[in-house]
Design a binder for this molecule. Structure first.
Ligand code: HEC
Ligand code: HEC
Length: 205
């Protein structure tokens, strides 16, 4: 009898806690969707179809979840409005921060919800040559195809990197208070694959 009461109490506490979190979630922006490669089937010209699929992928690349870690300067950005990182931190020689202010001091292996802290074992800033901030989708496209600015990758490798890399994947599971990147990581990977297979054409702008 007593334990049943305890159980009821526990359920009540859980219900209140859950409703609190739900309230939080509702205040977030509605997740954006992402078109699939099939949605572009009506574009007969292969090059135009390829470029259109990259434009769609651009919704992901220019989203704050990705852009905040691919900034133009030496400081990461935070939140859906991409404000400069507080406290001030710098990229340092290896993107993991200055010796006295390493990213891993605060960013742990996983998101820490009570502190709204994003986390991942490899949490660090993308190299300067991979900066996307302030660039058009066409400019980002050219940059992704340039081995001098893409970490020496072949475009084929982007299929795996965007579709399966777990640091990139954080963008779709960023924790409360941050809107996730459009669609799913799998959908983004499918778009990259279709883009590569149609010749990896870049949009005009
Ligand atoms: C002293 C603690 C601290 C250090 C060191 C630190 N961060 Fe942060 N970082 C935070 C906090 C706290 C947040 C969450 C703030 C918020 O969104 O309100 C955050 C958020 C971020 C975000 C925002 C994610 C998003 O899309 O909203 C990025 C990107 C980021 N940090 C990158 C870095 C990088 C890269 C480094 C190392 C160069 C670093 N941080 C070092 C405390 C820190
Ligand atoms: C916590 C920081 C962080 C976040 C968040 C992040 N990236 Fe990156 N990104 C990096 C780092 C670091 C590298 C360099 C890794 C390497 O070259 O191995 C990188 C490299 C890349 C590259 C290769 C760059 C090139 O020019 O070929 C792509 C593509 C990429 N990221 C996509 C994304 C996408 C898409 C998102 C959002 C869904 C994202 N990233 C979010 C840190 C981040």
């Amino acid at each position: 009898m007593k334990s049943e009461l305890q159980l009821q109490l526990a359920v009540a506490v859980l219900a209140v806690a859950t409703s609190m979190f739900t309230g939080y979630a509702v205040s977030q922006t509605v997740p954006q969707s992402l078109a699939s490669p099939e949605n572009f089937a009506s574009i007969a010209d292969t090059e135009a179809r390829s470029a259109a699929m990259f434009t769609e992928l651009g919704k992901v690349l220019t989203h704050p979840r990705c852009m905040n870690c691919h900034p133009a300067g030496d400081r990461p950005r935070q939140g859906d409005e991409s404000r400069l990182h507080q406290p001030p931190v710098m990229r340092g020689a290896d993107g993991h921060g200055l010796p006295a202010m390493r990213c891993s001091i605060c960013h742990k292996h996983a998101n820490f919800e009570p502190g709204r802290m994003p986390g991942h074992p490899e949490w660090h800033l993308a190299p300067r040559e991979m900066a996307w901030e302030g660039k058009t989708v066409a400019e980002i496209c050219a940059q992704l195809k340039d081995p001098a600015r893409n970490g020496g990758r072949k475009v084929e490798e982007l299929i795996h990197h965007i579709g399966e890399d777990t640091l990139v994947g954080w963008g779709w599971a960023p924790g409360a208070g941050r809107s996730p990147a459009p669609g799913t990581q799998k959908q983004a990977g499918a778009l990259v694959e279709a883009w590569v297979k149609t010749g990896a054409a870049c949009p005009a702008q």
